[in-house]
Design a binder for this molecule. Structure first.
Ligand SMILES: [Zn+2]
Length: 292
């Protein structure tokens, strides 16, 4: 099925632009098919399907969305312009040139584009808002176009914080390089993004969970958090806690050093993973906010 779509597109790119009915059919096939493999198909057909194009650009981003979404996009860009320079200072690094933002007015489109590019959509049944799996490309669902999407944005601290989180991923990937994107431990990527976007706090439910895991002696180890075997929210929460622990115990500079040289945490912290796990447990047991 997908090979056929490729061939149609290759033969008649220009003719295809006028074939809106065919586009609709193909888009439906693409959205229903979680095994589709290349975002170029989505970029082309979904852009036409949704009437998307470049609606705004700045030193931070080139924003692709529907023209009617441009006011929201401009407000987002203002937010990022205000906050990203602080990120550059904190990470002692800045991105040369803008990031390409793609805002799809459909949760399915954002999720499946993400899946094609990262090959993760087939692996579980999570609902995603989109993804940042590149140095310079972030694909998301446009806020205000999906009730499910908006409720997920709210659960993650709101649309602006989510964007700051995704932009932080682009920063991390730029620091470590393209070839390392699939190798950096999840807890570093996600924990740092949640930390700088301030998406977590010691709310009662999370505090209870940490306490319960402490009581059960089932707090995940650092190595447990290298990949995402936990439910996503827990993985992000534990990753945030771990980055917070390292930052408060060893300092932000060493957290940054671990990010850029993640294969050698022992060299940076002077601790084995086992010793680090013990320290982390002590930190969680003694962190006053958890025992409020
Ligand atoms: Zn993330």
């Amino acid at each position: 099925m997908l090979i056929a779509i490729h061939r149609i597109r290759d033969r008649s790119d220009t003719r295809l632009s006028n074939m809106t009915t065919l586009n609709s059919i193909l888009c439906s096939v693409l959205l229903l098919n979680p095994f589709a493999l290349h975002a170029q198909i989505g970029d082309s057909l979904l852009y036409q399907r949704f009437g998307m194009g470049l609606v705004h650009s700045s030193m931070i981003g080139e924003y692709h969305a529907r023209p009617e979404d441009s006011a929201v996009i401009r407000a987002l860009d203002s937010f990022l312009l205000e906050h990203v320079p602080d990120l550059w200072t904190r990470f002692e690094h800045h991105l040369d040139g803008p990031v390409r933002f793609e805002f799809f007015p459909s949760l399915n489109a954002a999720q499946h584009l993400c899946g094609w590019d990262t090959l993760t959509a087939r692996s579980d049944d999570r609902t995603r808002l989109g993804c940042a799996h590149y140095i310079r490309k972030i694909q998301m669902v446009m806020p205000g176009t999906s009730i499910a999407g908006d409720s997920i944005y709210a659960a993650w601290g709101g649309f602006q914080k989510v964007m700051l989180h995704e932009y932080t991923h682009s920063m991390t990937y730029d620091i470590i390089g393209d070839e390392q994107i699939d190798r950096i431990p999840w807890w570093i990527t996600e924990g740092l993004a949640c930390l700088v976007a301030e998406q977590f706090h010691y709310g009662p439910s999370f505090r209870d969970l940490v306490q319960q895991r402490l009581d059960e002696s089932s707090v995940p180890s650092v190595k447990d958090l290298h990949t995402d075997y936990l439910h996503v929210e827990l993985l992000y929460g534990w990753s945030w806690l771990l980055c917070d622990f390292i930052t408060t115990t060893y300092g932000w500079d060493r957290m940054l050093a671990i990010q850029s040289d993640f294969k050698h945490p022992r060299r940076i912290l002077g601790r084995s993973y086992k010793a680090l796990d013990r320290e982390w447990l002590d930190h969680l047991r003694n962190k006053p906010a958890i025992h409020l």
